[in-house]
Design a protein around this ligand. Structure first.
Ligand SMILES: N[C@@H](CCC(=O)N[C@@H](CS)C(=O)NCC(=O)O)C(=O)O
Length: 79
């Protein structure tokens, strides 16, 4: 299960979501417009910044759109 913390209108989030689409990967999106979700993000990663990826199966969590896109391409190659 891939979870992506996002914010409406965030261009960096859009880049990650587009990479997911290209790779055929779907995310459970959590939007920090909700204070509860923002609090949850800060508790997980330490800061309020999106996008933030949680790869539950691999135990990986990360900020930074470029790193997330590289991670997706490295681990979720379209077959
Ligand atoms: N270098 C980061 C930049 C991410 C960034 O600037 N995200 C903004 C939204 S576009 C953010 O999280 N702002 C904090 C907030 O909106 O509370 C990346 O590429 O992921």
């Amino acid at each position: 299960m891939l979870t992506l913390y996002v914010k409406t209108g965030c261009p960096f989030c859009r880049i990650v979501l587009q990479a997911g689409e290209e790779l055929g990967v779907s995310f459970e999106e959590k939007n920090i417009a909700s204070d509860a979700i923002a609090t949850e993000l800060i508790a997980r990663g330490g800061k309020r910044q999106v996008p933030y990826l949680v790869d539950g199966e691999r135990g990986i969590e990360m900020y930074e759109s470029k790193e997330i896109v590289a991670y997706l391409h490295a681990n979720y190659q379209k077959s």
